[in-house]
Write a protein that binds this ligand. Sequence first.
Ligand code: URA
Length: 184
Amino acid sequence: MNKLKELEKIADQIKNCRICRQNKSGLAVVGEGDPDAKVMFVGEAPGKQEAKVGRPFIGRSGKFLRSLIAEVGLTEEGVYITSPVKYLPDRGTPTGDDIAHGRKHLNKQIAVIKPLIIVLLGRVAAQAVLEEKISVMQKHGEIIKRDGRRYFLTIHPAAAIRFVKNRAVIKKDFEKLKEIVDTF
Ligand code: URA
C-alpha cells in the first residue's frame, strides 16, 4: 500500500473512532499535507474553526503557524500538519486520557510518513509524543533524540499570540529550525 492509501486508512479509523469522540464535538481533524513530508508539525487539539471545517490550524494561531512555516522556507503542502487529539475537546483543553488515546492514531501517522524531524508545538504535543511531561520553557529550541527519531520542541503558536514575549521565543526557535531544515 502506498503512503497516501495508508494515511487514508488511518483517517477512516479516526473518523470512526468512538473513543476519540468521547467528550468532544465537531468534525474529525485528521491532519493534512505531504505523505512524504520531511517535517511534521504536531499541535494540541482542534479549535472551533478547525472542528467546523475538518482541517488543522486554520484559525488565528494556524495562520501564524503557517506564516512561520513559510519563513523556514517550507511550503504548507510540503509538510504534514496534525495534532494528537483529533476532535474539539468539550472543555477546550484535552485530558490526559484524550492525549493517551490520540497518541495511538498519531503514532500510526508518524510511522507511515517517517519525517526527518517532528516539531512538537507545546506541552500537549510533547506529552503525547514523548510520553513524558516536559518543561517546554526549559527545553524549547532543542533537538530531542528518542528511539531513532528526531524531535524539535517549541511553544504552541497560540501561546505566542496570547503573550507578546513568547513571539520572540517562537520566532527564534523557527530560525533554528530553518538551520536544521536547510541541511536536509
Ligand atoms: N491548535 C492545535 O493544536 N491544532 C489546531 O488545529 C488548531 C489549534
